[in-house]
Design a protein around this ligand. Structure first.
Ligand code: HEM
Length: 483
């Protein structure tokens, strides 16, 4: 009885080795998983950070996983990140970008299309740099105020105790941030309830879409995507300068449908991370009495209690916003704790990656090399008490916060926006949006937040950016009097 079992097991392991590959000299330890082809995909999909931690405990900080037919080499020590970020040729982002964009949004692969993608990308740098955010900020604030006024029930003249109302914080922030962010980019009459509902349905399935599951197996998603593409293919007079500039290039080089697909890709990039990032920034801040008091004081010093500000007649200037260093730090800290983006590169030529340990890790052409900053953000040698929210962790008298490990500076320890070739071009705008949201909310509302724990992170989206909460947080809020 035992013998046939041993033979079957040996046969299975042999087949697994054949299908999921074998380790070659100089390569990092290989974790094949237990399923042919799928390899470690189920364990990684269930709980990516936990699984990577277990692999690190067994194999050290560099190892290769077989995931759905792909070989993915992980570098988990933040001191090794530079080796990937500073090697854009042999570790390329371009191929990955071509694949994901066309799979998720339906446009032609940029390497097979006449569209001038360099021109489109150049526009981000121009229109989303800190000195150009004024127009977007005004539009965002106008929409925020409009949405908040529309929700102002039972109104600020009601007795104080009656003005308290309950809200699910994630639902509340999501809708506010989505509406205001989308209106700033796509025009003041955008979006509608239907855009929001269809976007949420599409985004929910996004992890499966990028994993390669055909849309026909994801009920309703093809419809939602087609509807959004059609809706976004139209221009609106009040669109931002960025959208008009993109339209200028795209209208010369493609048709309305593909313009809509490009517009959907930007809508996704600009919303899918900003919404949960705004939620965590608000939720952590409201839960920490010291942080809240300090930020309220900072806002008051910037004139938050000025009646013209409360009524929305006076908007925050760039200098005022730049001087809010504690609020900057609160947002950075919330992103540190909620970000699970993955920095991915395709190996274009087999070579050996030099590691900080002095060893090297050989990778093959076609492999993927990955960083998972979720774990470096929790490295106790870099971030003291890494699981604690410390609102002033990122405050520096000048310049940006610097982090060290074992006495050495680690320039890429903190990567919520990715790095190098794939670094987020919307990062300044994202940070500004969240800052304006918090400044507006704290100026206009008082909050009462329960003491129980915040909802956990939804790990099913690990790899895609800021994780949403798995659940919501019920709070009470009350409009402050304007005058
Ligand atoms: C807190 C909010 C945000 C976070 C955490 C975030 C994070 C990221 C990350 C990690 C990437 C790189 C993805 C990769 O390596 O594959 C990325 C790419 C990108 N982001 Fe953001 N992002 C945010 C908000 C925004 C906003 C507001 C915009 C635009 C208005 C934007 C536009 C983009 C674009 C266009 C790309 C693709 C860049 C490329 O393909 O080279 N993002 N973002």
């Amino acid at each position: 009885m035992r013998r046939p079992f041993a033979l079957a097991a040996a046969g299975y392991l042999g087949a697994l080795r054949l299908l999921n590959g074998a380790r070659r000299a100089g390569e990092p330890p290989l974790v094949r998983g237990w399923l042919p082809y799928l390899g470690c995909a189920p364990a990684f999909g269930r709980d990516a950070p936990g699984f990577l931690e277990r692999c690190r405990a067994r194999c050290g900080s560099v190892f290769t996983l077989v995931i759905a037919g792909k070989r993915m080499t992980f570098l988990l020590d933040a001191r090794d990140f530079e080796a990937l970020i500073k090697e854009p040729k042999r570790l390329s982002f371009y191929e990955i970008k071509c694949e994901i964009g066309s799979k998720a949004f339906g446009y032609r692969r940029p390497d097979e299309s006449p569209i001038d993608n360099d021109a489109l990308e150049g526009m981000y740098g121009e229109h989303l740099k800190p000195s150009r955010l004024h127009e977007l900020s005004r539009a965002l604030l106008a929409r925020l105020r409009e949405d908040l006024d529309a929700r102002d029930d039972p109104g600020e003249d009601a007795p104080a105790r009656l003005r308290w109302r309950n809200a699910e914080l994630y639902e509340f922030i999501s809708r506010l941030m989505f509406d205001a962010g989308a209106a700033a980019l796509y025009g003041e009459d955008f979006p509608s309830d239907e855009v929001y509902a269809r976007f949420v349905a599409f985004d929910k399935r996004f992890p499966l879409i990028v994993a390669g599951v055909p849309l026909r197996f994801l009920s309703g998603v093809a419809d939602d995507r087609a509807w959004l593409v059609q809706h976004l293919s139209r221009t609106r007079e009040s669109m931002s300068q960025l959208m008009w500039a993109r339209h200028g290039v795209l209208s010369r080089q493609t048709d309305a449908r593909e313009r809509g697909q490009y517009a959907l890709s930007l809508l996704w990039a600009s919303q899918a991370n900003t919404v949960p990032a705004a939620f965590w920034s608000v939720a952590y801040l409201l839960r920490d009495a010291r942080a809240l008091a300090a930020v309220r004081e900072e806002l008051a010093a910037g004139g938050a209690d000025d009646p013209a500000r409360r009524s929305g007649e006076r908007v925050w200037t760039r200098d005022e916003l730049d001087s809010m260093r504690l609020l900057d730090s609160c947002i950075c800290e919330a992103l540190r704790l909620s970000s699970a983006s993955m920095v991915l590169r395709r190996v274009t030529e087999s070579h050996a990656i030099p590691l900080v340990s002095g060893a090297t890790a050989r990778v093959r052409e076609g492999d993927l090399v990955c960083l998972f900053p979720y774990l470096s953000h929790r490295d106790p040698e870099i971030f003291e008490a890494p699981n604690e929210y410390r609102f002033d962790r990122f405050v520096r008298a000048q310049g940006v916060a610097r982090f060290e490990k074992r006495g050495e500076r680690v320039p890429f320890a903190y990567l919520p926006y990715g790095a190098g070739a794939s670094m987020c071009p919307g990062r300044f705008w994202a940070h500004r949006e969240i800052k304006l949201l918090i400044a507006t909310l704290l100026t206009a509302y008082e909050f009462d937040v329960p003491r129980h724990a915040l909802p956990p992170l939804d790990q099913r989206r690990a790899g895609l950016g800021i994780l949403p909460p798995d659940g919501d947080l019920r709070v009470r809020l009350r409009r402050r009097r304007r005058r």
